[in-house]
Design a protein around this ligand. Structure first.
Ligand SMILES: C[S@@+](CC[C@H](N)C(=O)[O-])C[C@H]1O[C@@H](n2cnc3c(N)ncnc32)[C@H](O)[C@@H]1O
Length: 232
């Protein structure tokens, strides 16, 4: 069994405990779409700072380290598996950080129904589930629709970062991003030699690196409308 198969099971849903509020919330708590009210980022964050999303945040190592290292940026992890999302939120709650939060729910639904256009400065998608079996591929996060949603929410000049250990999936991600007119390829941030056990980008990065796997890294910049060549 590949390491990915462990978390690549069907999403597990359960009721979130309110004691983690406001560090962990679910889509059903967030106004917009079918919930009365209009969504703004002040729903999550007290300070109006740049927003970065960690899509499929898992246990939240990237979210936690980023929240600590960049207090001038607001970080939201989005995680469909509430158990993992709550675990990440618990670490943020212990430190009482105002700039780190977790949303339990489907990232695509959140991007589609809540996130205001061009309001995200960076979207991070690290080690998305590869869904190995061909018949399950449609469950992958990176699809044409997802890239359209990224194009909608990432601000002009903003960035999308994605890493994976699955070469074939990286080919799919690169193909979708490289050929989308709204994005241009940037030199990616690449892994450095870790100094200690927490010095990895994410938990999956640590696990797969320790297994000897390679990491494929991508970075793309959202073009502004004036840079996008009109289709002929
Ligand atoms: C392989 S894990 C990687 C977790 C973390 N990014 C890391 O690198 O350690 C992929 C994560 O994406 C989550 N996920 C999958 N589809 C999702 C979706 N549509 N919305 C939010 N999270 C999703 C899974 O529950 C899982 O925790």
């Amino acid at each position: 069994m590949n390491a990915h198969d462990v978390s690549a099971s069907e999403p597990r849903r359960s009721n979130p405990p309110r004691d983690l509020f406001p560090y962990f919330r679910t889509l059903a708590d967030v106004p917009g779409a079918d919930v009365a009210g209009e969504f703004t980022w002040s729903e999550f964050f007290p300070l109006p700072q740049p927003i970065e999303l960690d899509i499929g945040s898992g246990r939240g190592l990237f979210l936690y380290n980023s929240t600590v290292e960049q207090p001038e940026t607001n970080f939201l992890g989005i995680e469909i598996d509430y158990k993992e999302g709550r675990r990440a939120a618990r670490r943020l709650q212990k430190q009482q950080f105002p700039n780190g939060r977790v949303l339990g729910g489907d990232a695509k639904e959140f991007l589609r129904t809540r996130v205001p256009p061009q309001s995200v400065s960076r979207a991070h998608v690290y080690f998305p589930d590869p869904w190995w079996k061909r018949k399950h591929r449609k469950r992958r996060l990176f699809t044409d629709d997802f890239v359209e949603l990224l194009s909608k929410v990432v601000m002009y000049g903003g960035e999308v970062h994605s890493w994976t250990d699955v070469e074939e999936y990286f080919g799919v991600i690169s193909g979708l991003m490289n050929h989308h007119p709204d994005f241009e390829i940037l030199p990616p941030r690449t892994p450095h030699a870790p100094a200690h056990d927490m010095d990895y980008l994410t938990s999956f990065h640590r696990r797969r690196t320790q297994d000897g796997a390679s990491t494929y890294c991508g970075c793309w910049r959202r073009r502004s409308p004036s840079e996008v060549a009109p289709a002929i």
